[in-house]
Design a protein around this ligand. Structure first.
Ligand code: BT5
Length: 237
């Protein structure tokens, strides 16, 4: 896959910038910014994006049927897991869109799409940046884990190389390989989980598996439930 990289010093959000140019930009355009002033997570949450991190969005134009598009988030998460492995950092995917190292969030993926037009795969990876003080016990950076400053361009290359691999599987319809990898790297399967949305607990029980549609299967008191969205908290015993 050929990537065409646009580098910006500062932007509101690389996903927003990408959305503005996506109608005319070719597939494989990647927007990278040194810092974001309005970096976002899901549901309008904030994403801290100071200088030193990797904040990027890839514009993708897959021709697959809409039911597969939600699995793009796994393509992004697996690319980050593979890139981290190159630095000896073992990471896991917390369904649906977090990448964790020892239970701490090192990266988040924000996948958005305009059906039949384009998909935006946003990746935020803490590299050399400080993580916000209020997240110190929940978030971590590559620098903190390795003990040294990393070359951001090399990290970007590693992420894009891995993204090429996983996205090529996606485009060829080999979704089962993507799902298998997510299951293998999952931080949630076999654990007691609470899936919440805002203040509401949607489902609580043991995470059994991720099914072929990408939904999380949770064994609850009332039987097995399929969960399509939400935030997972892992219970610590
Ligand atoms: C995500 O949302 O994890 C998706 C984050 C995607 C960020 C990238 S950066 C490039 C692109 N452009 C954007 O504007 N966004 C994408 P969510 O699952 O909703 O998690 C958000 C939560 O993560 C926040 O409420 C915080 O608790 C936590 N958080 C915020 N900043 C963080 C950081 N730098 N590192 C770790 N955790 C963070």
């Amino acid at each position: 896959m050929e990537w065409n990289i646009i580098t910006l010093d500062e932007v509101d959000s690389t996903n927003e910038y990408a959305r503005r140019i996506a109608p005319t930009a070719p597939e494989g355009t990647v927007v990278v910014a040194k810092r974001q002033t309005a970096g976002r997570g899901r549901n309008g949450r904030r994403w801290a994006s100071p200088e030193g991190g990797l904040w990027m969005t890839a514009i993708l134009k897959p021709k697959s049927s809409p039911e597969h598009v939600p699995k793009l988030v796994f393509v992004g998460a697996l690319a980050v897991v593979d890139a981290l492995a190159k630095y000896g950092i073992p990471a896991e995917v917390k369904w649906p869109n977090d990448v964790l190292v020892d239970g701490k969030k090192i990266a988040g993926v924000l996948s958005e799409c305009k059906f039949n037009h384009f998909a935006l795969l946003g990746i935020g990876l803490n590299v050399n940046n400080e993580v916000p003080e209020e997240l110190l016990d929940k978030a971590v950076s590559m620098r903190e884990l390795t003990g040294f400053e990393l070359n951001l361009d090399d990290v970007l290359s590693n992420v894009l190389r891995a993204l090429s691999y996983w996205y090529s599987l996606f485009k060829r319809g080999r979704h089962y390989e993507i799902l298998d990898a997510v299951r293998r790297k999952s931080a949630v399967i076999g654990r007691h989980v609470m899936v919440v949305e805002g203040d509401e607990v949607l489902v609580e029980g043991r995470a059994l598996d991720i099914d072929d549609s990408g939904a999380l299967l949770v064994e609850t008191k009332n039987g097995v439930e399929r969960v399509f969205y939400g935030d997972v908290s892992l219970r610590v015993f």
